[in-house]
Design a protein around this ligand. Structure first.
Ligand code: AP5
Length: 209
């Protein structure tokens, strides 16, 4: 059993690439952002604790996130490992993760800050299947999402001012993790400022596919 981490700034393309490599890895995607948004929508205690941080573009406290992951990793589909998307984001989260499940690869999708605002402010997804699209860079097919249940959804935190706070949180709290994983010899840096297909090929190569 061994897990993969997709790492990178907000809007780097972690979710986009996760969808594309799911089949090859055979591992379920575990996105802490998606889990938190579901908890906010359901009005759970975790959702109530997380909402004010998410709305402000700040990281949710480590204890909340680590508890979520401890529970998720117990589920039957996680028995052979998972593909983390957006977790860990701090050194304490990575330390906790190392005692929960082994990690074989950390795939860092690198995108310069100046590209991030455009990527995030043009993002939308299909409410039916969750597929992620972009107004300019990755539009949905003309007839709507191939899943058939077409309703466009935009995230509450996808606006210019929140993106700036999310980028600051990334540089201050998350990017120090890169060295933490580099020292472990499992860190793979991928140029994320290219066509989506090229990035997918490089990620699969790094994973040995
Ligand atoms: P989360 O949901 O994880 O958001 P994020 O990290 O900010 O990442 P995104 O989902 O915004 O981006 P992505 O990298 O998946 O990019 P995407 O593929 O969609 O977290 C939200 C909040 O939850 C956080 O701010 C925090 O409050 C909280 N949180 C979550 N996890 C936490 C944790 N572990 N600890 C503490 N707090 C946590 O792509 C973006 C857009 O670009 C799309 O429109 C896509 O179509 C387009 N695109 C993708 N690739 C390309 C390309 N190569 N070229 C052009 N366009 C592209």
């Amino acid at each position: 059993m061994s897990s993969i981490v997709l790492f990178g700034p907000p809007g780097a393309g972690k979710g986009t690439q996760a969808e594309r490599i799911l089949g090859a890895t055979g591992l379920p995607q575990v996105s802490t952002g998606d889990m938190l948004r579901a908890a906010v929508k359901a009005g759970t205690e975790t959702g109530l604790a997380a909402k004010k941080f998410m709305d402000a573009g700040q990281l949710v406290p480590d204890t909340v996130i680590i508890d979520l992951i401890r529970d998720r990793i117990q589920e039957p589909d996680a028995i052979n490992g998972v593909m983390f998307d957006g977790f860990p984001r701090t050194v304490p989260q990575a330390e906790a993760l190392s005692s929960i499940t082994p990690v074989s690869h950390v795939i860092a999708i690198e995108v310069p800050d100046e590209r991030i605002v455009d990527r995030i402010c043009g993002r939308y997804s299909c409410a039916g299947c969750g597929n992620v699209y972009h107004d300019l860079f990755n539009p949905a097919p003309k007839g709507g999402c191939p899943c058939g249940s077409w309703e466009e959804k935009r995230r509450a935190d996808d606006n210019e001012s929140t993106v700036k706070s999310r980028l600051s949180a990334y540089h201050e709290q998350t990017s120090p993790l890169a060295n933490w994983y580099r020292e472990k010899g499992i860190f793979h840096s991928i140029d994320g400022d290219r066509a989506i297909d090229e990035i997918t090929s490089d990620i699969l190569r790094s994973l040995g596919h």
